[in-house]
Design a protein around this ligand. Structure first.
Ligand code: PEP
Ligand code: MG
Length: 893
């Protein structure tokens, strides 16, 4: 909101590049180029806070009009012309420019200042070029009409098409001055018909209305949608730039173009760009005519070309980064209309950062700031090999990365059916809802015609790691086919879906493995990208304070994670060792009617468990391995209640023997819980089923002693899950210690005993719990589940899409840590735990351990390590390094 005496307007000579919040990206960079002495047309910027005030009150803040008058007068005197002057008019563009780039989302009006009189002056000023003057005037009416007064754009473009048809012209360049004058009249009539008044002739009125329309465009539907998708705050507002017009459409010695100081797609060195002769910037964007490569400008206009190259080198040196620019040449004179640090692909980000270090432009810390774990994750997915140029069907929003190939199916049922028959399928839906879940699980990939990055399809697919493209709005979907761009894809036709770029192709596009993964796997690769990744990963490793462990239950996963840089296991979920053919043993344990039966079942499990741990400790030799005692409700190891009940009823009906099943059914009924995730799990199981934890502790310790005797160096850490009260942990600890002491004897093995902090009460009584724990590991999955009261198995598929749509949270709290709530519990437990036991080792082993944003939080809180799935270990290493460098910076992520 406005403050007394607040300055709302800045001349380009007053601002600089670090004032993006206030002047928007475009305004701040125009100011910076002006300060650098580069050829920028004169102009000024109206601040984002003026926009905020306008949007809040519906009118311009007091004082703004006077400031604009003052800056316009300065602009007029700098240019030696007056806005809209009848004989020699100054024309201006009125351009939006927010702090974050929102390409094409908001509005711009060019040629402001033209009216029935100044159009004549403009023609004279342009050396009698009447065609140019009328063309400029009709463009103003068109843009002003659409942007400021909501006149349907089609009416103007239809009128233009008719004018071309009447001339037999294919291109608007073939329309002559008289045609354009007539078209201008027609446009004025269209304007009057829709607005009920004439096109405003007062240049100052045009400027004011255009500025207010730019302010309002901040809240245009597509801009709101874009911001939600990109998580740009809704209240920032846009700045408005008023810039003296320069013209690229004054003849063959004029033109307009865009350029990059390096290739933003691959990151290769060397400039890239396109140029369009005799055209205005909007023609390049609209793709009306074909551009030529920037290199060809050298032959057209050597002087401007050389100057442009020099400016690009200056800009890169100044910004110390890839810059993209927009420029116009007006009768052989080069003007810079925009620059900014350019967007780039993930691969280019790594390559450019490493190149700039090699060129001595930035240091390694800065290089690490310029890449992200999300980009690294993108580079770790397999990609389509596009060398054969597959047929592109459509493009939507890349919502969940990956490269999926399969047969198109149009219902969840068909997806499940075909997948069960061994087919790979892509589920194509207008949009998905919770009923599609089974189909989404069965599919390789998902394609939807509606919805953005927070739609049901996108949220659920990301949660499952399924490839997903959503919002492909060119696609028309029927019951058993879809059409797009004149092609029809029937059920069963093969398509390929790229969840990173959003592209959808016809047929099976070959999939190329990720060279970055090959590098992490230790394979020899000869690639500039891999060199860059290596350089930045090495720096992250030397910088980070957080260690990175992995969640792994098998020796194969452990070994892979170790190749990916894991420094131990932070979570081995032992229940995964009770599946498959061991399920029967667990069933025997649960059903045991006598202590002897139970002891037998446990005795049968002991050697199997021991062998598991031997493999695991061997794979992680020399590194810590946290083994969590069994956690899930036991009914998960028993057959389904419904199925069993039916079997027993049927057998009884048929007079068949059903004694065993009936006994099992009784047990299943006994164990049945309404809310199993809040029931008999974790430490509660250990306290209720005698001998179960003891068997596991013995297996762990015996495995470690066996390896120590072989000369290896195991570091077992026993972790008790779901503790809510210190008394639970103390009871289990006493039992564990007895066994450990007995088994370890003189082997030299040292076993730690700690607990998960995953029940809110545990976090709130961490000071007490620390008395009985050698370490804490935050189970952020359960801590989120119980902190929010969200069933983690249900909510993401059921209603999170709605919560995201409503902006209740910007990202699922199961994906990225909820700093304010769950994060607060972690902070409390960290402080109170360490207060009691200063050396208390602290880690996190929930899914958040591999989430880039969350890693920054865990660094801030001062944990010792994060633990995540093997594939995310490199991402966590990189982000832990970045967190160490950017900690305390406001814009660190
Ligand atoms: C957790 O709750 O965060 C955790 C790691 O345990 P699990 O996901 O196995 O419940
Ligand atoms: Mg848990």
């Amino acid at each position: 909101m406005e403050k007394a005496g607040e300055k709302y307007v800045y001349d380009f000579s007053e601002g600089h590049k670090d004032l993006k919040q206030l002047l928007g990206g475009k305004g701040a960079n125009l100011a910076e180029m002006t300060r650098m002495g580069l050829p920028v047309p004169a102009g000024f910027t109206v601040t984002t806070s003026a926009c905020q005030a306008y949007l809040a009150t519906g009118s311009n803040p007091p004082g703004l009009a006077a400031e604009i008058d003052e800056h316009l007068a300065a602009l007029e005197s700098a240019m030696g012309r007056r806005l809209g002057d009848a004989s020699d008019p100054l024309l201006v563009s009125v351009r939006s420019g927010a702090a974050f780039s929102m390409p094409g989302m908001m509005e711009t009006v060019l040629n402001v200042g033209l009216n029935d009189e100044s159009v004549v002056g403009l023609a004279a000023q342009a050396g009698g070029n009447e065609r140019f003057a009328w063309d400029s005037y009709r463009r103003l009416i068109q843009m002003f009409g659409k942007t400021v007064c909501d006149v349907p754009g089609d009416e103007f473009s239809n009128a233009l098409d008719e004018a071309k048809a009447a001339r037999g012209a294919t291109d608007d360049l073939h329309l002559e001055a008289a045609d354009l004058q007539a078209l201008t009249d027609r446009y004025k009539r269209i304007f009057a018909k829709h607005t009920g008044h004439e096109f405003p002739q007062d240049p100052r009125e045009q400027m004011r209305l255009a500025m207010e329309a730019v302010f309002r465009s901040w809240n245009a539907e597509r801009a709101v949608l874009y911001r939600r998708q990109e998580r740009i705050p809704a209240d920032l507002g846009t700045a408005v730039n008023v810039v003296a017009m320069v013209f690229g459409n004054l003849g063959p010695d004029s033109g307009t173009g865009v350029a990059f100081t390096r290739d933003p797609a691959s990151g290769a060195q060397g400039i890239y760009g396109d140029y369009l002769q005799n055209a205005q910037g909007e023609d390049v964007v609209a793709g009306i005519r074909n551009t030529i490569p920037l290199d060809d400008l050298r032959t057209l206009d050597r002087r401007s070309y050389d100057e442009l190259l020099e400016i690009m080198a200056t800009l890169e040196g100044h910004y110390r980064d890839l810059c993209d620019i927009e420029f116009t040449i007006e009768r052989g004179k080069l003007w810079m209309l925009q620059t900014r640090v350019g967007k780039r692909t993930a691969g280019a980000a790594f390559r450019i950062a490493a190149q700039l270090v090699n060129e001595g432009m930035i240091d390694l810390d800065e290089a690490l700031r310029r890449v992200s774990g999300a980009q690294l994750a993108q580079l770790m997915f397999p990609r389509f090999d596009l060398a054969e140029e597959p047929v592109a069907l459509t493009k939507g929003i890349g919502a969940s990365p990956g490269a999926a190939v399969g047969r198109a199916v149009f219902s969840a049922e068909r997806a499940v059916e075909l997948a069960a028959a061994g087919e790979q399928v892509i589920l194509v839906r207008r949009e998905t809802n919770p009923e599609d879940l089974a189909g989404m699980i069965a599919a390789q990939g998902i394609l939807t015609a509606r919805g953005g990055k927070t739609s049901h399809a996108a949220v659920v697919a990301r949660g499952m790691g399924r490839t997903c493209v959503c919002g492909a709005d060119q696609v028309e979907i029927a019951a058993d086919r879809f059409t797009t761009g004149g092609r029809t894809i029937n059920e069963g036709d093969v398509i390929s879906v790229d969840g990173t770029t959003g592209c959808v192709y016809l047929g099976a596009v070959p999939v190329r493995p990720s060279e970055v993964v090959q590098y992490f796997e230790g394979e020899q690769t000869d690639s500039v990208l891999v060199d860059a990744v290596h350089k930045l990963m090495s720096h992250a490793d030397t910088t980070r304070a957080l260690a990175v462990r992995t969640n792994a239950d098998t020796a194969a996963d452990a070994a892979r994670a170790r190749r990916f840089g894991a420094e131990g296991i932070g979570l081995c979920r032992t229940e995964h060792m009770f599946l498959g053919d061991r399920r029967e043993l667990v069933e025997r344990l649960i059903l045991a009617a006598t202590p002897t039966e139970r002891a037998d079942a446990l005795a049968a499990l002991l050697p199997l468990q021991r062998a598991d741990f031997v493999d695991l400790f061997r794979a992680m030799d020399g590194l810590p391995v946290t083994v969590r005692l069994i956690d899930p409700p036991l009914h998960e190891f028993l057959p389904s209640l419904e199925e069993l009940a039916v079997n027993v009823a049927v057998a009884r009906e048929r007079g068949e023997d059903h004694a065993e099943d009936a006994q099992l059914l009784d047990a299943v009924r006994r164990m049945h819980e309404q809310n199993p995730m809040l029931g008999l799990r974790g430490v509660r199981l250990g306290l209720v089923i005698p001998g179960l934890f003891a068997m596991q502790v013995r297996a762990i310790t015996e495995a470690a002693v066996q390896l120590a005797r072989e000369g290896l160096d195991p570091h077992p850490e026993i972790m008790v899950p779901l503790v809510g009260a210190v008394q639970e942990l103390e009871t289990v600890r006493r039992e564990c210690e007895q066994i450990v002491t007995e088994v370890v004897a003189d082997s030299g093995v040292h076993v730690l005993i700690g607990t998960m902090i995953e029940v809110p009460r545990a976090a709130l009584t961490a000071g007490q719990i620390a008395e009985a724990a050698d370490f804490f590991s935050f189970g952020t999955n359960d801590l989120t589940q119980m902190g929010w009261g969200f069933s983690r198995d249900d909510v993401e598929g059921a209603f999170f899409w709605r919560y995201l749509e409503l902006g209740i949270f910007g990202i699922s709290p199961f994906e990225s840590i909820d700093r304010d709530g769950v994060g607060r519990l972690i902070r409390i437990a960290t402080e109170e735990g360490r207060a009691v036991r200063p050396g208390l080792k602290l880690g996190v082993c929930g899914e958040h351990g591999g989430d880039p944003e969350s890693v920054h939080f865990f660094h801030e809180v001062g944990l010792d390590y994060v633990s995540c799935s093997p594939f995310r270990v490199p991402v966590a290493r990189l982000e832990a390094g970045r967190a160490a460098i950017t900690a305390g910076e406001s814009d660190s992520r």
